[in-house]
Write a protein that binds this ligand. Structure first.
Ligand code: BG6
Length: 506
């Protein structure tokens, strides 16, 4: 093993074949905040194949030098280590190439094809669509017509960002359109939550240990909470968010994907389709919503003015680009039931929102009370056992147990068995690094298949329909969890909502 390969193996990655990473929307927000830092980090770990290139596609008339300056400046903002070390930056800069042109014009794709042909060896290409969804179909069609979906000279993979459709019909149409240009096996639908270290670890904890399996069912688990709380507001994304809202933006994708990993049966193998088949079985077992159950099992609200992290925060309706009478939800919570043998009667309650008091994402498996109250539960800290998978901050796992308070009396107290996933200072790969690496390796297990995306839309459709009829929306003060109706979702569940501030370590 060469020194460089050893370096790559420190974080366990295999070096993919040289790939042309073609980024549509190369001067957009996602590229600067996520893709460029992820690629630079992969370069740092020697996980970008030799001769790999990063080909930006922009609509503006840019020169190659403009693109190099842009990448330099944005890396300085988002991953400075990549540029402050001149030898490292020179290697990254040498990988940069640019195609500037109109995405609706065939000539742009001819230029992309020419850029691939300048490449030595196999002409592998990853086409990353970091562009508004309205363009997905057009770009996929042009790539196909330019011969760029043909894999005879190297692999050709299409990476598509969320949102994948706005509802079931639009997602179905998009799937049909894109599948007429690329095979399903060439399509990688990104859900970056699946690339998070803690989400991947969930599968390992469940299926590489035998202690959890006997407990992982309706006999021992009272309910499951999946929370993604953000303290930031909608920021500069009002244009998109006004057409989306929290249910579409987060629950239909990230949170339902996480739920299906928590609930699924062990797959036959780790092959992408074996894992996705098991997730699909969970989704197909979800009890459909009716107009009545939407009222009792789904809650939405919008942030009003308030205070977050000691600073005044304006109301959603006062954010730039937001309609002053907007009824878009910035918080959504939904209670699902999975009607199968393992989970019958166990609520899975998913909640997410912006401008909440903390920035925490976690899964809480809350176990039932012991059947006999043998000890006097006289300490306020004592509560049902909980297994927490913390996605962020400080990804890790925690098991809360009840123990004896040291002393002569039998007072009880809660203790936590805590395991953070810190990697001895090596740094954890970001979700986008993991996912880009998987695309280059041809591993599709962490990407959503067409049927999964459609099934998720189908499940939430009655909620979307009911909410579309409502012009009023409840509000909560920014920086609080004072959300009308949120507590009623947990009626009948033991222990109430978990206090997410416990997951924020000082
Ligand atoms: C995105 C949503 O998919 O996920 C954003 O569009 C949200 O609205 C983001 O803020 C949250 O991701 P993370 O990784 O910061 O939890």
């Amino acid at each position: 093993m060469s020194g460089e390969d050893k370096f790559a193996s420190l974080i366990g990655g295999h070096r993919p074949e040289a790939t042309n990473i073609v980024i549509f929307g190369a001067n957009g927000d996602l590229t600067k905040r996520k893709l460029l830092p992820a690629l630079a980090h992969m370069h740092h770990w020697n996980l970008l194949g030799h001769n790999s290139r990063i080909i930006g596609v922009v609509r503006q008339k840019w020169t190659h030098a403009d693109w190099v300056h842009y990448v330099h400046d944005e890396l300085l903002n988002y991953f400075p280590e990549a540029v402050v070390n001149p030898p490292s930056w020179r290697v990254i800069a040498a990988k940069l190439d640019l195609v500037s042109g109109d995405l609706a014009e065939p000539v742009t794709y001819r230029h992309i094809a020419e850029a691939l042909h300048e490449h030595e060896g196999r002409k592998n290409a990853l086409f990353y669509l970091a562009i508004p969804p309205a363009w997905y179909d057009t770009v996929a069609r042009h790539l196909h017509e330019a011969g760029l979906s043909d894999e005879s000279e190297g692999f050709r993979r299409l990476v598509i960002e969320k949102p994948f459709g706005m509802d079931l019909p639009s997602a179905q149409k998009l799937n049909i359109d894109i599948q007429s240009y690329f095979d399903e096996a060439q399509i990688y639908r990104i859900d970056h939550y699946l690339g998070k270290e803690a989400v991947q670890n969930l599968m390992v904890f469940r299926f590489a240990n035998s202690v959890l399996e006997p407990l992982w069912n309706r006999n021992y688990i009272d309910h499951v909470q999946i929370s993604v709380a953000e303290s930031l507001g909608v920021g500069y994304r009002a244009g998109y968010y006004e057409t989306s809202g929290a249910l579409r933006d987060m629950i239909q994708s990230h949170l339902m994907q996480v739920m299906s990993l928590v609930a699924m049966e062990a797959p036959v193998s780790l092959d992408a389709d074996d894992v996705r088949d098991e997730k699909m079985k969970v989704l197909r077992s979800i009890r459909p919503f009716s107009a009545d159950t939407v009222k009792t099992q789904a809650v939405r609200a919008q942030y009003a003015a308030g205070e977050v992290d000691g600073e005044k925060a304006q109301a959603y309706r006062s954010e730039p680009g937001v309609d002053a009478a907007s009824s878009t939800e910035t918080f959504a919570a939904v209670k699902f039931y999975i009607d199968n043998w393992r989970w019958q009667g166990v609520p899975f309650v998913l909640r997410t929102g912006k401008r909440l008091p903390v920035h925490v994402s976690e899964i809480c498996i809350r176990f039932k009370e012991p059947p006999q109250k043998l000890f006097e539960l006289n300490d306020g800290n004592v509560r049902n056992n909980e297994l927490i998978f913390r996605l962020q901050p400080d990804a890790g796992m925690q098991l809360s147990m009840t123990a004896k308070q040291p002393g002569l009396s039998t007072h009880l107290r809660g203790v936590n068995l805590d395991a953070t996933y810190g990697m001895d200072g090596l740094g954890m790969p970001e979700a986008y690094e993991t996912l880009l690496h998987d695309v280059m390796m041809g591993e599709a297990g962490l990407f959503s298949r067409a049927d999964e995306v459609e099934e998720c839309w189908k499940i939430v459709a009655p909620i979307l329909d009911a909410w579309a009829e409502e012009s009023d929306i409840a509000t909560y003060p920014a920086g609080t969890f004072d959300i009308p109706g949120m507590d009623t979702l947990l009626q009948g569940c033991e222990g109430g909502w978990r206090d997410l501030s416990e997951s924020v370590q000082e």
